[in-house]
Design a protein around this ligand. Structure first.
Ligand code: FPP
Length: 284
């Protein structure tokens, strides 16, 4: 398949960007902080909710593009625990938008063999939302294509607290005195257990923050911040981010490919895996 055919009806700009992309060196997991909906609307003298609606179109484009590029995993930060501080009308609108999205897009998601996973404290969401997302996850549970992870009512610190409590519960059952947690044990108790850590974290609208998103998992992610507001984050801008990622040298605390050693040092009494979960030294 020619690279430009990867995206259905790619325009000239997208086709040019695609020719530069090395499809063999794409990230395994892209995580996105979709920011700037409110500013996009304000600049057009529209209500903030118009920005969220426009942002929704980009959600569709980005999912489709990542699936066509055969990325194994895409995570979108849709609603944080902190977002409850927004006016009630905006929160209600976001919940409605999400339900509307699921209803409209789930058949397409399913048809494209995408597996939907929702992470966060979903049991604290309004009952209707919570039920609908559980049903949506069940419907796509056997799909083997891209994993689409939607972080909803999510906070990175809350996720860590939940993981520690889950580990403690298990330890109490099995005898606390012999319990020891290593990095893998912690990863295995996160909402994202079994998923690769993000290789690339994208944040739109220019803020240099991680906003309590996947705090443990982004330890070695490459960070790409763009001034583009989320509703303007087109397929071409996603390709820009992927191309930028391909210019990065990933070192995981070491000295890079030229100096790499055959076997990484032992950690926690087990051989260390090369990659995001290993923490061989400070820096890099
Ligand atoms: C940030 O913009 C955006 C949000 C808090 C919501 C993002 C959610 C969507 C686009 C819908 C997602 C739905 C699915 C199914 C993934 P902001 O309001 O913080 O913008 P501002 O910083 O300019 O005010």
């Amino acid at each position: 398949m020619r690279v430009a055919e990867t995206l259905k009806s790619a325009n000239r700009e997208e086709a040019d960007l695609l020719t530069k992309l090395d499809l063999k060196r794409l990230p395994n997991h892209v995580a996105i902080i979709m920011d700037g909906n409110g500013r996009w609307a304000e600049r057009r003298h529209l209500p903030r909710i118009a920005g969220h609606r426009a942002g929704m179109k980009r959600v569709r484009d980005v999912i489709e593009t990542c699936a066509r590029l055969h990325l194994p995993c895409l995570t979108l930060y849709a609603f944080s625990l902190e977002n409850w501080r927004r006016p009630e009308a905006e929160v209600d609108f976001l919940m409605r938008l999400l339900r509307e999205y699921l209803k409209r897009e789930l058949p397409e998601i399913h048809k494209n063999n995408i597996r939907l996973l929702i992470i966060g404290r979903s049991q604290q969401l309004p009952e209707k939302v919570s039920k609908e997302i559980t049903d949506a996850m069940q419907q796509t549970a056997h799909n083997s294509g891209m994993k689409l992870v939607v972080a909803l009512n999510y906070g990175g610190r809350a996720e860590l607290a939940d993981a520690f409590n889950a580990m403690l519960d298990r330890a109490r059952q099995n005898g606390l005195s012999s319990f020891r947690a290593d990095e893998q044990t912690i990863s295995d108790h996160l909402y994202t257990a079994g998923l690769p850590d993000p290789d690339l974290l994208i944040r739109t609208s220019g803020e240099m923050r991680v906003s309590n998103f996947l705090l443990w998992q982004i330890a070695y992610a490459e960070i790409y911040v763009t001034d583009v507001l989320w509703p303007d984050f087109s397929r071409a801008r996603l390709l820009d981010a992927l191309l930028d990622y391909q210019t990065r040298e990933r070192r995981y605390g070491g000295l890079g490919a030229k100096h790499s050693r055959a076997a990484p040092p032992e950690r926690d009494g087990k051989p260390s895996r090369s990659g995001p979960h290993s923490t061989p030294s400070v820096g890099g």
